[in-house]
Design a protein around this ligand. Structure first.
Ligand code: IMP
Length: 198
């Protein structure tokens, strides 16, 4: 029997939804492990002013301190009428310890009366593998709704309407969202790259 050694790859997150999604997309060629599983409980600083910069900081943090090959992601919502804000600051848009609801409320109030409601989500995945660094980006274009709709998902999902569907992410099933989402697209590019390398 062929006994191929499965390579361990750390995903610099403890978000179990992201871990599940990554394991499903990447398949069984790699063993995807979380930060907690390698004993990393650090508060990794996300101090860059780009998504790529933050994803690279997280991946390098794990490689430099724990020695494992690693990938990390960072996501932002870019709104045209707000000059690309909140962008890399999407998690903390309404303040340092704000909730998803606080962010949604702030976005709706900042967008009040604005005709241009175009926006896009972007995710960058940074990978450090066998001494090389790679990045993969996924985007989804759409618009900011006038009010919140739907109960699925998280974050800005109730007010982001992808142009492909015309309903908010929060009104879509997780599978339907993943098929077109920023993170789904970035993760599939990343997974295709890993498969080609095998
Ligand atoms: P992170 O880099 O994945 O932690 O994402 C940063 C912030 O962007 C999150 O705290 C959410 O507010 C927002 N965000 C990321 N992904 C999504 C999504 O798929 N839907 C809605 N909001 C998201």
């Amino acid at each position: 029997m062929k006994n191929k050694k499965i390579k361990k790859l750390v995903f610099a997150t403890n978000n179990r939804h992201k871990l599940k999604e990554a394991r499903e997309i990447i398949g069984d060629e790699f063993e995807i492990v979380s930060l907690a599983e390698i004993g990393c409980h650090d508060e990794i600083p996300e101090t860059a002013d780009t998504l790529e910069g933050n994803a690279l900081i997280k991946a390098h943090w794990v490689k430099d301190r724990y020695g494992f090959d690693c990938f990390a992601d960072d996501t932002g919502l870019m709104v045209d009428a707000l000059g690309g804000a909140p962008g890399v600051y999407s998690a903390r848009y309404a303040g340092e310890h704000c909730s998803f609801q606080d962010n949604v409320n702030k976005m709706l109030s900042e967008m009040e009366g604005k005709d241009d409601r175009n926006a896009f989500f972007a995710t960058v995945v940074a990978l450090i593998l066998d001494g090389e660094t790679y990045t993969f980006e996924g985007r989804v274009h759409g618009s900011i709704a006038l009010e919140a709709h739907g109960t699925e998902g998280f974050g800005y999902d109730p007010i982001f309407v992808p142009e492909e569907t015309g309903v908010s992410f929060a009104e879509m099933t997780p599978d339907a969202k993943n098929a077109i989402s920023h993170r789904g697209r970035a993760m599939r590019k990343f997974a295709d790259f890993l498969k080609q390398r095998q």
